[in-house]
Design a protein around this ligand. Structure first.
Ligand code: 2AM
Ligand code: CA
Ligand code: CA
Ligand code: CA
Length: 267
């Protein structure tokens, strides 16, 4: 096994077990507000600590970037761990058992290793660049849809950037007439993992952060899928506007979205 995948899996399992244990003891969960409609708990921070400590034991020189505590610079800037310790905090707080730990390793800006771990279902999604994507050790192949007909699409509402709501709703209206149905799960990392697993056929969302999609992006690619921005380009690294699915589904999604995009979403 890739040595960094080994450490990423160890960190994700330790953090996932910590989250699952605390899911059983709601009184131990302390929630505070980061912004409007945006919460963080002591469990997000505790899981992050577990992950950082695990990585630091093996790779003290690497740089670590996390949602809750930002950048932990190492002497090695070319190797960056991009981490969301708990993706789906709103679900966790509401006691809706759908959330995950997301860990990616980027070397010179290219993602080499990805882990998304769902501790409630004990599902471990992994990928190494060029070596495919797996779920609990079994090879993943994304969905085989040829167009949007009959597809299930995952998405996330722009819960923070509500100025995008009108354009977003226009996109949903347009695509809804072409697909079978939508799912809105509340965890971007699991949405992307589910695209990789073919559990949903396509996915799009506005304004993700790097830690939301760093691991999921590699899972999708290694399962034979594509990830791009709303115009088919590569601006999603900065815009966080993401479309994912098999190449034919992505093409159909982009075609459906095209006329509904506001200027701000054309990147
Ligand atoms: P988080 O739980 O790590 O903050 C993109 O949709 C990301 O935003 C999700 O993966 C999730 O990451 C967060 N998110 C999704 N829906 C949300 C909501 N309604 N309120 C706050 N955060 C949300
Ligand atoms: Ca958050
Ligand atoms: Ca997240
Ligand atoms: Ca998070």
């Amino acid at each position: 096994m890739h040595p960094m995948l080994n450490i990423a899996v160890r960190a994700a399992r330790k953090a996932g077990n910590f989250i699952a244990k605390n899911y059983e003891t709601p009184d131990a969960v302390e929630t505070s507000q980061k912004g409007s409609n945006d919460f963080v708990t002591n469990i997000d921070k505790g899981a992050e600590r577990v992950i950082i400590d695990t990585i630091r034991q093996s790779y003290p020189q690497h740089t670590i970037i996390t949602e809750e505590s930002g950048e932990h610079a190492g002497t090695e800037q070319d190797i960056q761990w991009v981490i969301d310790p708990l993706d789906g905090t709103t679900n966790f707080v509401k006691r809706l058992p759908h959330f995950a730990v997301s860990i990616a390793v980027r070397i010179k800006g290219r993602t080499e290793v990805a882990v998304v771990y769902d501790p409630m279902r004990n599902e471990l999604f992994t990928a190494v660049r060029g070596q495919g994507a797996q779920l609990n050790g079994y090879r993943l192949r994304g969905g085989s849809a040829r167009d949007l007909d009959g597809t299930i699409l995952a998405t996330g509402f722009p819960f923070k950037a509500k100025q995008h709501a009108p354009a977003y709703m226009n996109i949903v209206t347009k695509l809804f007439t072409q697909c079978a149905d939508f799912r809105r799960t509340g965890s971007a990392a699991l949405d992307l993992a589910y695209v990789a697993a073919g559990r949903v056929d396509g996915y799009f969302e506005i304004g993700l952060k790097p830690w939301d999609f760093a691991a999921g992006e590699l899972l999708v690619r290694e399962a034979g899928g594509l990830v791009c921005d709303f115009t088919g380009g590569h601006n999603y690294m900065s815009s966080g506007n993401i479309v994912a699915g098999n190449p034919r589904v992505v093409k159909a999604l982009l075609a459906g979205m095209r006329e509904e995009l506001s200027e701000a979403l054309k990147r």
